[in-house]
Design a binder for this molecule. Structure first.
Ligand code: FES
Length: 573
């Protein structure tokens, strides 16, 4: 049943004859609005993560205006609310530290002000989970507006993809195969339009997941940022959110276990970023659903990877859109999905997919002719990762997926950067590179250091992949045999902290195994010698983060932000 204007959340601020409502109305009029503009209308908060340093969102000021156009058309009152512009490129020590900041800010922006519904504008990696986590916890009607990917990179007619081609050509440069002039040309052509990274990295993975969860309009996540369809989608978000307020369609009405299972299935079929695991665990935690890492592995085993997109495949997001986009991919794997799951369109996922079709079967393969028979993620356990670790086998050299080799240990990122290219480093292509203190607390912020650089002397011999292990994350655009998210992390005394140079490590992806071949007694002896380092921060957000962030297998959310007792509405004085 449709809500009445008196049931709007904002009614508490604007209606009535008391002094407070007088103040709220008079201050809206201060901005030039008449009572007719806002009285009895859903107030839509447009949470905009634009900034001059959030390069992936450089089109968001225009898009916010286009959302407003839609809100006005549908009889709502749009207000734009800037929020923490978490960006992958410039934020240090790691934007991951600030995902929870954005989540808290989103939740409190919506709670503390007269907002009836929200359009969440994000796309660069952490903004998608951050915005959604906050909106879920506040639980007002919300729709996600994905930034869209940037255009393909171009270097002298050669197509380049964000991240993975940078890594590839950087390795060529370090090996002396590319000169400064070519490198400068690559710099000119790798990012040449607004929009997020255009490989199937974390940004594309998370926006695809947001759509599969049911939190975007159908097809929204695949539209390139600069396509006119993206502008039209923005206005459609504005129109739809007004209706969602009247229908009282909230995130908790949409996000059920089936939606998360659908999202994990999509993640595997697109060959999504390993980062998605952390974010999905955190998102589910906000609605009180505990996602064990095992569910990712189970779904991976039964889901073929059919998106032929870099870094696991050949093409880019622009090609994916022209090939039919996420809707076409989901339709192809529809037997593996719960099609009854509700979405922000007010219809089921199945209904949203009805008219979808694959237009290029090389980019979006059929389930009978997949890029890989299994999904893009495997979860490993063993005495080196008692609470789990992850690897993306589809981005690794197949011959390294079963490997035993001696460890070469770097005690932190700085140590690695100082020594990795040292001629005297004892390392060969069979070695296993280990990076310690790169996790949520140790780095801090679990940066994307997981694709450890191949030592220069091996690059010059032609080595391009090695087994690498860390408690860090890896960019979704990266590639290689990189074991990531080792939990518990070394900084809190996880077994990774006990590895020493020369220890044999066994990686067995087929058996989901990650073992340190060192005796129990020897490990116990080393543990008695290990002592924790002091916390990285003593004040500010860093101290809050250090005190409350959870480990990778628990989603790195703050322990006090998991679903719990509802927070009461603010009193209006
Ligand atoms: Fe924003 Fe890659 S830098 S998505």
């Amino acid at each position: 049943m449709k809500k009445s204007p008196e049931q709007l959340r904002s009614h508490r601020w604007f209606a009535g004859e008391d002094l407070r409502s007088f103040t709220h109305r008079s201050r809206a009029k201060q901005m030039g609005y008449a009572v007719e503009d806002f009285a009895g209308k859903p107030i839509i908060g447009i949470i905009n993560t634009w900034s001059d340093l959030t390069t992936c969102h450089s089109h968001f000021r225009t898009r916010a205006d286009e959302v407003k156009r839609g809100v006005w058309q549908a009889g709502g009152f749009p207000v734009e609310l800037p929020a923490m512009p978490v960006n992958e490129t410039f934020m240090k020590p790691s934007p991951m530290m600030y995902r929870n900041f954005l989540a808290m800010e989103t939740e409190e922006l919506l709670r503390s002000q007269p907002i009836d519904g929200a359009v969440l504008m994000g796309g660069c990696d952490k903004t998608t989970p951050g915005l959604l986590m906050g909106a879920i916890s506040m639980n007002v009607p919300a729709i996600y507006l994905p930034a869209g990917s940037m255009l393909r990179g171009n270097w002298n007619g050669q197509v380049m993809g964000s991240g993975n081609d940078v890594g590839k050509y950087w390795a060529e440069k370090r090996a002396g195969l590319i000169g400064d002039c070519e490198w400068a040309e690559i710099e000119d052509g790798i990012a040449r339009s607004p929009g997020h990274c255009m490989t199937m990295g974390t940004a594309s993975t998370m926006t695809s997941i947001a759509e599969t969860l049911g939190m975007t309009l159908p097809g929204a996540s695949s539209i390139p940022a600069v396509d006119a369809n993206h502008s039209r989608m923005a206005s459609a978000c504005g129109r739809r959110i007004v209706d969602m307020v009247w229908e009282d369609l909230k995130p908790t009405g949409i996000l059920k276990l089936a939606s998360f299972e659908n999202a994990i299935t999509a993640d595997m079929a697109i060959g999504g970023s390993t980062n998605a695991i952390i974010h999905l665990v955190a998102l589910a935690g906000r609605v009180g659903i505990k996602l064990d890492l095992k569910i990712f592995d189970d779904i991976s085993q039964r889901t073929p990877m059919i998106a032929n997109l870099r870094p696991s495949g050949e093409y880019l997001m622009e090609d994916f859109y022209y090939a039919g986009g996420l809707r076409a991919l989901l339709k192809e794997i529809s037997k593996l999905l719960n099609l009854d799951a509700l979405t922000v369109s007010g219809k089921s996922l199945g209904a949203n997919l009805e008219s979808a079709r694959i237009c290029n079967s090389e980019v979006i393969r059929s389930v009978d002719h997949p890029v890989s028979q299994r999904g893009g993620t495997a979860v490993l356990y063993g005495n080196l990762a008692p609470n789990g670790a992850v690897i993306k086998p589809t981005a690794a050299e197949p011959h390294l997926l079963q490997h035993v080799g001696p460890a070469v240990v770097f005690k932190n990122h700085q140590d690695m950067m100082m020594r990795v290219d040292d001629e005297d480093l004892v390392v060969d292509e069979n070695s296993v590179l280990v990076l310690q203190n790169a996790g949520p607390l140790g780095a801090p912020g679990m940066p994307e250091w997981g694709m450890l650089p191949i030592p220069k002397k091996l690059l010059q011999k032609g080595v391009r992949d090695m087994v690498r292990i860390s408690d860090a994350r890896m960019s979704g655009t990266s590639y290689g045999t990189c074991v990531l998210h080792v939990a518990p992390e070394s900084f809190v005394g996880g077994p990774l902290a006990l590895v020493r140079d020369g220890d044999l490590i066994e990686l067995g992806v087929a058996n989901r195994k990650l073992d340190l071949r060192v005796s129990h007694d020897e490990l116990a002896r080393r543990r008695t010698q290990w002592s924790p380092e002091p916390p990285r921060y003593e004040r500010g957000f860093g101290a809050l983060y250090s005190a409350h962030v959870t480990q990778a297998d628990q989603g790195c959310d703050f322990d006090f932000l998991h679903a719990g007792a509802a927070t009461s509405e603010p009193e209006i004085h």
